[in-house]
Design a protein around this ligand. Structure first.
Ligand code: SAM
Length: 274
C-alpha cells in the first residue's frame, strides 16, 4: 500500500483571513487533522465549514501519539498537522513527528503560511538577514542566564518568543547586559491591538514599567554588530524616570536595576539634583 502524506498546515496567528486556499483544501481533503487543541481548531474549521475528523496531538501526548499517526500514514492515510496558531513545529509540536515520518520514508509536505517570528521580523525595521531564532528561552536558572548572554553576543538580529508574565523580568535581565541595544516588541500581530514598540532596551523597560504587558509578544534584538554598546548614562535614565512621574525611591530602584549601579548611589544623585 502507498504511504499517506504528512502535511504541515499553518493556521492564522489571530486574523482568521490569514490562511491560504491550499491549507483550507488540504484540511478539507485530509483523512484526519492532528491538532494541538481540538476545541481551538474546531473554531477555524467551523468558520470555513470543514468537517474533517480531528485527533489531538500535543506536547503531553506526542510520545504515545507519534507512533499512532505514523501507523495511519503507513496505512495510506493523509494527515494534516496544525497547531493553535502559526506554523506547526515552530515552538509548537511537530518536530518529532516530522523526524519520525522521514525515518519511515513518509513524504512530509510543509505548506507556507504565518509564523509570528517572520511576520515580526519583516516589519521590525531591523536587518532581516542574517537572523537567528531562539523559540522560547529557558524559563529560569543558570541556563537562562547563559542563553541571555549568548543572545546579546549574537551579531545577527535575534528573534524569540516570550510569555507576557515573564516579559518584564526578561527585558530587565537583557537591559542589565546592554541597555542601549536596539529592540522591537511585536505585540498581538494580525489582531485588533497589533503594535510595534521600537527603542533601546532601556526605553522599552521603562515603557513596560508603566504599561502592563498583555497579549502575545515576539521580541527582536538588533545584533551586537549593529550597535556598539555604550554604557548607559544613569543620569539620563534617572531624568527620564523622574519626568515620567516616578518617585525618587522608584527611580533609584529602576535605574539601579537597569544599570547595575548601587541603588543608594543613584538615590543620592537624585536628592542632590533636587
Ligand atoms: N507556531 C507559532 C508560530 O509559527 O509563530 C508559535 C507558537 S508559540 C506556542 C506561541 C508564541 O508565539 C507566543 O507566546 C508569542 O511569543 C508568539 N506569537 C504567537 N502569536 C503571536 C502574535 N499574534 N503576535 C506576537 N507574537 C505571537
Amino acid at each position: 500500500m502507498k504511504n499517506g502524506i504528512l502535511y504541515l498546515c499553518p493556521t492564522p496567528l489571530g486574523n482568521l483571513e490569514d490562511v491560504t486556499f491550499r491549507v483550507l483544501r488540504i484540511l478539507r481533503e485530509a483523512d484526519k487533522i492532528a491538532a494541538e487543541d481540538t476545541r481551538h481548531t474546531r473554531k477555524l474549521l467551523s468558520y470555513y465549514e470543514i468537517h474533517t475528523a480531528l485527533v489531538s496531538y500535543h506536547e503531553h501526548n506526542k510520545i504515545t501519539k507519534t507512533p499512532v499517526l505514523i501507523e495511519w500514514l503507513l496505512n495510506g492515510q493523509t494527515i494534516a498537522l496544525v497547531s493553535d496558531a502559526g506554523t506547526p513545529a515552530i515552538a509548537d509540536p511537530g518536530e518529532e513527528l516530522v523526524q519520525s515520518a522521514i525515518v519511515h520514508g513518509i513524504d512530509v509536505v510543509a505548506l507556507p503560511g504565518p509564523v509570528a517570528a517572520i511576520t515580526a521580523l519583516t516589519a521590525s525595521g531591523l536587518p532581516v538577514a542574517p537572523f537567528t531564532f531562539y523559540g522560547f528561552l529557558p524559563q529560569r536558572g543558570p541556563q537562562k542566564k547563559e542563553i541571555l548572554a549568548k543572545i546579546m553576543a549574537e551579531e545577527k538580529t535575534v528573534v524569540f518568543y516570550e510569555a507576557p508574565h515573564r516579559l518584564r523580568k526578561t527585558l530587565a535581565d537583557l537591559c542589565l547586559l546592554d541597555p542601549t541595544r536596539k529592540a522591537v516588541m511585536a505585540r498581538e500581530l494580525t489582531k485588533v491591538h497589533e503594535e510595534y514598540i521600537r527603542g533601546s532596551l532601556a526605553d522599552i523597560c521603562l515603557h513596560y514599567e508603566q504599561t502592563n504587558p498583555r497579549g502575545e509578544f515576539t521580541i527582536l534584538l538588533a545584533g551586537a554588530a549593529e550597535c556598539v554598546a555604550e554604557p548607559v548614562d544613569p543620569v539620563m535614565l534617572m531624568e527620564q524616570y523622574l519626568a515620567k512621574g516616578f518617585s525618587t525611591r522608584e527611580t533609584a530602584k529602576e535605574v539601579a536595576r537597569l544599570t547595575g549601579k548601587p541603588r543608594n548611589e543613584i538615590y543620592q544623585k537624585i536628592i542632590k539634583k533636587k
